[in-house]
Design a protein around this ligand. Structure first.
Ligand code: ADP
Ligand code: MG
Length: 376
């Protein structure tokens, strides 16, 4: 029997009707553009969140997580209200709300995506629930619709204004590939990123720093991009070329210009990176990844000393490319390295962090893996 099914039985006294998994992700390139109709290039990692669900006839939704010591949190299925209930339960319950389900349910979650490390444990959780509910209630929703429902859960029910990338890749990823996602229409293309046979490794460096700026800083930069769109009187930063944008600099204040400049150039970097990957040019690809870091650091200004030190040290010790990922002001960086250099790069980063008196970093190795699936 599935280990989670056994735990489910111990907790709720019945067997689950369904078990589904969904992965976390890393984003190779296309940072802070998924709310700007931009392109992004994430892949799913092999760490997944698993959810077991059974219908019950009590009219109550009972939710528990192994990571929350299995304590059961209960809510009436007719009384789902955005931003209500215990904070972590808003992710799974929000998905049930977004999918319009009104039924008693027992839910047990077991997450193996590191929480809060920028690997999107939140989307893994939402997408595991969305996949299970879609199957259990025969909703017949296609992956883009499920993705939008999971995003709506996080935007409205949790109250976090995230873009559509994390949910899309958690649902649509395939093994060995990165997912080129057009966040305007959710069209996708699978881009080969099978790096292990080439002797390459994608190292994730979690600085374990969580600066208080994160939420306010994210919203404020998003607002700058929206101001640029308004000031330039365009529909989207997607619709303006770099040359055109630069030529209209005098229409924008400096801060707005630099932040929006990141968005406009980042969208081009994603497409250039895809072209290079298609020809197997990982050196050129790495250079674009590093250029993205410089733009995030200097134009969008969401980096921090810990992230910069991780990136600089990885590059110094042979990384083909490296950049901060995610919201910024902490969280993780990625580095594309030769697998044989892995121990060297990690020990050099550890020792540089010690010298700078930073908290010790955590390391993960990420390989492009499959998206969400029903496993029982
Ligand atoms: P990230 O998505 O980068 O990991 P977030 O802050 O967006 O970070 O999401 C993390 C939050 O998601 C946790 O604080 C918790 O509320 C919820 N969460 C994720 N996985 C689990 C889990 N396995 N059990 C309970 N809550 C979880
Ligand atoms: Mg998240």
């Amino acid at each position: 029997m599935q280990p989670l099914a056994t735990k489910f039985h111990e907790l709720f006294g019945s067997d689950p009707n369904i078990i589904a998994t969904a992965p976390g992700r890393v984003n190779l390139i296309g940072e802070h553009v998924d709310f700007l109709d931009g392109f992004v290039l994430p892949f799913a990692i092999s760490d997944v969140t698993t959810v077991a669900i059974a219908k019950n006839s009590s009219g109550k939704i009972r939710t528990a997580s192994i990571q929350k010591k299995g304590a059961i949190s209960t809510i009436e299925s007719t009384q789902l209200k955005p931003k209500s209930g215990e904070a972590w339960t808003r992710y799974p319950v929000g998905v049930i709300w977004a999918l319009g389900i009104d039924s008693g349910l027992d839910i047990l979650i077991d997450g193996h995506v590191p929480l809060g490390a920028g690997l999107s444990s939140s989307a893994a959780l939402e997408c595991a629930v969305a996949t299970a509910i879609n199957e259990l209630f025969n909703l017949g929703l296609a992956l883009p619709e499920l993705s939008r429902a999971a995003q709506r859960a996080e935007n409205v029910y949790v109250g976090m204004p995230c873009g559509i990338m994390d949910q899309s890749v958690s649902l649509m990823a395939t093994e060995g590939n990165a997912l080129l996602l057009d966040t305007r229409d959710l069209s996708t293309e699978q881009i080969p990123f099978d790096i292990a046979p080439l002797g390459l490794e994608l190292l994730v460096i979690d600085t374990q720093v969580h600066h208080a700026l994160v939420d306010g800083g994210y919203a404020e930069r998003r607002a700058s991009c929206e101001k640029a769109i308004a000031d330039l009187n365009i529909k989207s930063l997607r619709d303006i070329s770099i040359a055109d944008f630069v030529s209209r600099r005098n229409k924008l204040d400096d801060k707005t210009y630099l932040r929006a400049f990141h968005g406009v150039t980042e969208m081009k970097r994603v497409l250039d990176a895809v072209t290079l990957l298609k020809t197997g040019d990982f050196v050129g690809f790495g250079e674009i990844v590093t250029a993205a870091h410089i733009s995030l650091r200097d134009n969008y200004t969401v980096s921090c000393p810990e992230l910069n030190l991780a990136v600089d040290t990885a590059l110094k010790f042979g990384a083909l490319g490296s950049r901060m990922i995610g919201g910024g002001f902490g969280g993780s960086a990625i580095a594309l390295i030769k697998a044989k250099d892995s121990e060297l790069v990690k020990s050099e980063i550890r020792s540089e962090f010690m010298k700078a008196r930073f908290k010790g970093p955590r390391f993960f190795s990420a390989l492009p893996s499959a998206g969400a699936k029903v496993i029982l």
